[in-house]
Design a protein around this ligand. Structure first.
Ligand SMILES: Cc1cc2nc3c(=O)[nH]c(=O)nc-3n(C[C@H](O)[C@H](O)[C@H](O)COP(=O)(O)OP(=O)(O)OC[C@H]3O[C@@H](n4cnc5c(N)ncnc54)[C@H](O)[C@@H]3O)c2cc1C
Length: 430
């Protein structure tokens, strides 16, 4: 069954979310946009608590997780529809308990954590009491994790972690880090790396500096030196050597969630483009009446609709198979096209707004910076395209003979043989 309709009950929820984000959360974006991922001040907490409570009362808190993992169990399709709205705002994912990188971190603790780890790390994360950070990329290697060098060695009933990590987002505000480290250098990295839960205040965790990406006022992405960091043996997440399996679980969800929020960002840019086209006059007519601008509107609408349907279809497959690996081709394809769609739509919106478009008086320049970030975060576009190509090619075989299987003269010959009698009888009629 194919069905492109939203259940009426959930549509009602979405309508409520639209109004709630616009009226209650966007003012926070405008005044405190750079504080969304920090521990809130008591005054900010007082404002946030009732907002979060409203979200909980509507059963919309932490929608990315199934009920067995502490979430609502709506599934990825409904999460996609919700994230389209939340993706327009900086604070909204925090107020709804589904902000990156905490969503992916919660997901892997829920999947692989022991009961004690869930109590200590997952519960406060799901309650929105703390933030977390994912510490995988290293200064010398990112896209190829087999090159990672950060080392964890077993010492009695402790692990000792040594090495450097780069771009650990929000480490400065995180209560704990999930760190990927080599535990057995003598086997293939796929079996020789493990994940660790490391409280940020553990001695030896040294944030050397916080790196900002274009436009951020404060650096959010930490360069961390793990200098003889000791954690108890039970801080290993999942089994020893399981880091790659855990990372795939995390990144599968993380990538599609980025795409869901990007749909929201693109829609916002398209809304701005259309409003401007209908508001600005030049050379005797509205921009909306110029064919170039009509082309921008039509191309943007078509690209966004294609992308949105692809995201929803991929989300539907995740709900259906509950297996990121089985859906990896489409997750990778969605991730690869995401920055391109965002680029094209934001670029047209900027262009139609002229000088105002590039200024900081509109959110477009900030959206523009998300383009390169989205083509790197959770793996570069090139790597995802390689994954897509490999998966697609698995469904094909080489041509058996000299000619391609669609070679017309060869096929005509085969058809002649198959229909020899008919050809014979029809000769006279040709
Ligand atoms: C905003 C942002 C937030 C991030 N947050 C986190 C985080 O919280 N935790 C974390 O661990 N990391 C994080 N990262 C890091 C991110 O995961 C890496 O940037 C990404 O994996 C690429 O690694 P790299 O930057 O080292 O680039 P490299 O691995 O050095 O790659 C550089 C370029 O080389 C090319 N390339 C690489 N591999 C291939 C290939 N196989 N085929 C063809 N071309 C290739 C691509 O053009 C690629 O962009 C974040 C990055 C950004 C931008």
């Amino acid at each position: 069954m194919w069905d492109f309709e939203t259940e009426p009950d959930f549509q009602e929820q979405l309508d409520w979310v639209e109004g709630f984000v616009r009226d209650e959360i966007e003012p926070l974006d405008l005044l405190f946009g750079d504080r969304a991922y920090q521990s809130p001040s008591p005054a900010l907490q007082k404002t946030l608590d009732p907002l979060k409570q409203q979200v909980r009362d509507r059963k919309l808190w932490a929608c990315h997780l199934g009920p067995e993992l502490g979430g609502q169990g709506y599934g990825q399709v409904k999460l996609a529809l919700l994230n389209e709205v939340l993706g327009r705002s900086t604070w909204a994912p925090v107020v709804f308990g589904c902000q990156a990188p905490d969503t992916g971190n919660a997901e892997i603790i829920a999947h692989y954590g022991t009961d004690d780890q869930k109590r200590a790390y997952l519960e406060p994360l799901l309650n929105g009491e703390v933030f977390s950070s994912y510490s995988m990329t290293e200064p010398h290697a990112g896209a190829d994790p087999t090159l990672f060098r950060t080392r964890a060695t077993s010492d009695g009933d402790e692990w000792v972690i040594d090495g450097w990590k780069f771009f650990s987002s929000n480490a400065r505000n995180a209560a704990f880090l999930i760190v990927m480290a080599v535990t057995n250098p003598d086997v293939h990295p796929y079996q020789g790396m493990s994940m660790f839960l490391v409280p940020t205040d553990t001695p030896g965790v040294k944030i050397e500096r916080n790196i900002s990406v274009g436009g951020e006022r404060e650096g959010m992405h930490a360069l961390i030196h793990y200098d003889h960091v000791r954690v108890p043996a039970d801080h290993l997440l999942g089994g020893e050597g399981q880091a790659f399996v855990i990372a795939q679980t995390r990144l599968g969800g993380g990538r599609i969630h980025h795409a869901m929020r990007t749909v929201g960002m693109c829609q916002r840019a398209l809304d701005m483009l259309c409003e401007r086209a209908l508001s600005r006059e030049t050379k005797g007519s509205l921009l909306a009446e110029k064919q170039f601008v009509q082309g921008y509107v039509a191309d943007s609408y078509a690209q966004l609709t294609q992308f949105r349907l692809f995201v929803l279809y991929t989300a539907w497959q995740i709900d259906r198979y509950h297996d990121y690996k089985r859906v990896r081709k489409d997750i990778a394809a969605v991730k690869a096209v995401m920055p391109e769609v965002l680029h094209d739509i934001v670029q047209r919106a900027v262009q139609v707004h002229g000088a105002l478009g590039v200024s900081d008086e509109l959110p477009l320049a900030r959206m523009w910076m998300a383009v390169p970030a989205m083509s790197l975060v959770d793996g570069p576009t090139e790597v995802h395209k390689v994954t897509v190509a490999r998966q697609v090619l698995k469904g094909y075989r080489p041509a058996e003979g000299l000619w391609p299987s669609e070679h017309v003269p060869t096929k005509v010959e085969e058809a002649r043989t198959k229909l020899a009698e008919l050809v014979e009888s029809e000769v006279g009629n040709w």
